[in-house]
Design a protein around this ligand. Structure first.
Ligand code: NAD
Length: 259
């Protein structure tokens, strides 16, 4: 379905980004990976499932740095011609009451979770519009729809990312470019394992108990969403059937936001 198309997935050396990258490569897309994890391992994992002919590349841009983002987009365009599928996925979390929230953590969360998507979008959109085809998929969160205490920067960044998604969807509404957001509930990735570890330490629980505690609190299905499920949703957004899905904030959250 995506043969001869190129996808850039930010923050794709682990977790959700890696899952989405694998799903897009299975559909034949060339992949540009990015992130601070083990790049070689991530490239090998994506290449192992990629459809014949799909190539895998890596760019190590720090998504908090606009100049590095610009250099990454230039390098990707030089290697593959243009980005057809842009997945804004890189993200970080910081948990603290607002009066103790370190201002530099606020700045970092906003830069990586939100501003990076502004920069990649403004840079990738002209070529998508010229080709009259493109897919922009913003990995927001159920925290783009509802809040939780102690996550001021994360919740603010994800609500804003949903807002940015809607603006881009409106500005591209008469073109072959679509922009949508995915809003996962809990997904067991390094980002969430850190929160399980913090909960286990704070409450004196085992890993299994802390995991159950985390799920019971917010996620009615009591099950993690998986990177594979999110990858399949991203593939749907890239399909012809989704050509008129525009500006959606699509939760895959085990019922979290329905409460
Ligand atoms: P993860 O920690 O496994 O992956 C985050 C990725 O972003 C990694 O590749 C990391 O190296 C990269 N990254 C972090 N800072 C970066 C920077 N400055 N520049 C470039 N890359 C950077 O976490 P994940 O859970 O897979 O998170 C991916 C996205 O999904 C995030 O935007 C997160 O907010 C969102 N999300 C996660 C969950 C969850 O439960 N795990 C739920 C909803 C939304």
């Amino acid at each position: 379905m995506l043969a001869n198309k190129t996808a850039l997935v930010t923050g794709s050396t682990s977790g959700i980004g890696l899952g989405i990258a694998k799903a897009l490569a299975q559909q034949g897309a060339h992949l540009v990976l990015n992130g601070f994890g083990d790049a070689q391992a991530a490239c090998a994992e994506v290449a192992a499932v990629a459809a014949p002919g799909a190539r895998v590349s890596y760019q190590g841009a720090d998504m908090s740095q606009p100049q590095q983002i610009e250099a990454m987009l230039r390098a990707a365009a030089a290697e593959f011609g243009r980005i057809d599928v842009l997945v804004n996925n890189a993200g970080i979390q910081h948990v603290a009451p607002i009066e103790d929230f370190a201002p530099e953590r606020w700045d970092a969360v906003l830069a990586i979770n939100l501003s990076s998507a502004f920069h990649t979008t403004r840079l990738a959109l002209p070529a998508m519009k010229a080709a009259n085809w493109g897919r922009i998929i913003n990995v927001a969160s159920v925290h783009g729809l509802v809040a939780s205490a102690y996550k001021a920067a994360y919740v603010a960044s994800k609500h804003a990312l949903v807002g940015l998604t809607k603006v881009v969807a409106l500005e591209t509404a008469t073109t072959g470019v679509t922009c949508n957001a995915i809003c996962p509930g809990w997904v067991l990735t390094p980002l969430v394992q850190k929160q399980v570890d913090e909960r286990a330490a704070a409450l004196g629980l085992s890993n299994a108990e802390a995991t159950k505690h985390l799920l019971c609190e917010k996620e009615p299905s009591l099950q993690f969403t998986t990177p594979e499920e999110l990858g399949a949703l991203a593939v749907f957004f890239c399909s012809a059937a989704a050509a008129n899905v525009r500006g959606a904030a699509w939760n895959m959250d085990g019922g979290w936001a329905a409460q």
